[in-house]
Design a protein around this ligand. Sequence first.
Ligand code: ADP
Ligand code: MG
Length: 683
Amino acid sequence: MSMDLFAIPIEKLRGVSTQKSGELHALGVLSIGDLLEYYPFRYEDYRLREFGEVKDGEKITVQGTVAAPPSLQRYGRTARLLCRITVEGLLITAVWFNRAFLKDQLTVGRDIIVTGKWDQRRRQITVADSEFPDRGAAKSGTLQPVYSVGGNITQNWLRKKIDEALTQYGAMIPEILPAAIVHKHELIPRREAILRIHHPENTHEGQEARRRMVYEELFLFELKLQAYRAANRKQPDGIAHPISGEEIRKFAMALPFELTDDQKQVINEITYDMKRPYAMNRLLQGDVGSGKTIVSAIALYSSIRAGYQGALMVPTEILAEQHYRSLSKLFEPYGIQVALLTGSLTDRKRRDILASLQMGLIDIVIGTHALIQDDVIFRNLGLVVTDEQHRFGVNQRSVLRRKGLNPDVLSMTATPIPRTLAITVFGDMDVSTIKERPKGRKPIKTYWVKQEKMDQVLGFIRREAELGHQAFFICPLIEESEKLDVQNAIDLHVQLGLALPDLKIGLLHGRMSAAEKEQAMAEFAAGQTTVLVSTTVVEVGVDVPNATLMIVMDADRFGLSQLHQLRGRVGRSEFQSYCVLIANPKSENGQERMKAMTDTDDGFEIARRDLELRGPGEFFGTKQSGVPEFRLANLIEDFAVLEQARDDAAELTALPEFWTSPAYDALREFLRREASLQAEPLD
Ligand code: ADP
Ligand code: MG
């Protein structure tokens, strides 16, 4: 389409030199379309106001008349220009710094508009900006957009270029939302919205412009998501696992505990999906310690019983080994072959496992991202489970899935996120949730103590040890770093050994070899060591039910979700468990986090606060996690709009005629551009 503003390079705009275009490119502005959608992040308010409307010390813009000749004072290199101005009959003083050249222009009787900080007591404005109406005061009376700039690009230059682009190309901005939607939500036309977002006449107009563009962003995003899905959804090309409910019941009866109602419910949801000939794509979320592993084990068992292989991918070797140990034991009586595949196997062992896997001699393989290497080939992969799935990128998950012919996929996470947000972030997945914890679990008691209280902490360890329980002691980094004043695990191990001479203390950190790590973990799991000094390698998934005390050094260095994960290593039995956060946080944010941790041990609440404190980008980690980045929309603040946009998109895509309508044609161009920005469509 010749009207495509994104096809017009930015160099077409007058005054965009090679150097300037390079700098614009660095800001992500390659085309006229990009420039028009380069939105301000705030506005500078130059609207005229009355003194009554502002408080002392606030910014104000007023129009007045020069009442007396100005005076100029110099202090060293500073020039101070003072001038009496009458504003609405009130005599005030305007003060400029280093604007000596204005002196001759301030002639008595001339009109002037000044913007600056208002000092009520002295009736004085410290001027940041001034304009003379007889020279055409362009800024005065307006909200001026403030853009993020870089390189040699200045605010004023960018404002001018955007204004030129608006004048020259503004009329070409197409409407892309279906008329029915624009009408339904009373949105302003696209052209006007883009103009108004750069130059709102007033706050309300700015809000309306933003509302329109936020809706559009989220609607297009949802539409794309649902368009991809609509294609897959209806295709019965998945695996229909023939599963016998009787067999599952028998398996569950043999467990050493009774499944919680929530566990039973999610198992029903999962096995229902697995029986059907559509590829399952389900997210299982449940707080730390809620018992997700056994749910995945039952799903794996079902797949094996139906004659397929299963894979369980986890983010760390420690977790892979733990799952390997517990699942081997669990499945042994059934003659199910479980194998472990990690990066630290010997070549021979690895080749052996790969061959057995390909021949179908192995039923279940558990591993790290070693599972997604090219030479890992399954005979007939029926179910893929990823544990702590937020640790994996979208691509990693889909690589494993492609090792089978549309296998069922179960993703598990302990980072609970609001359902709608989950759907946005992970695609249109089905979501199962475990809310209750196993019976008899007591809430973990959490304390926040200052570093000076170390003696008490040691006393705490002794007391738990006397009860026959164990403790984790987490330190942030493994080696002395000059930049960060943090405890070092190796030192701490020595210190604790001296302070608690009669206790056996283990050590675990990332620099140890796989075999050393495995041994340290195994000794702790077997109760041979009482305290495990460790870096965050134990953060996710580790399950040692006899551990009742989690101590975190320099806890304020961790994010909230990470602290909650660490805390989740205890409270895995009927014993009362404790979490002690040692921290002297300097920042307010650090204090907030400590407070949040002592306030609640509900993972959903923690996730909510974490989102608040960090924002969605950081919350979900990397871009890889699949969280879309929006220009204007904020997944938290614009949550209601997101839900609305999702419903609208669903309604629209459900109509067969939509796909051949002119509305879709207009949209397609935008969707294509968006799709090309994202390397791979969401799977
Ligand atoms: P997470 O959801 O954090 O992965 P796990 O699956 O590791 O939790 O389970 C935590 C602990 O609770 C494990 O020791 C597990 O054996 C135990 N567990 C799981 N389900 C139950 C249950 N219904 N009753 C009692 N204990 C359970
Ligand atoms: Mg787990």
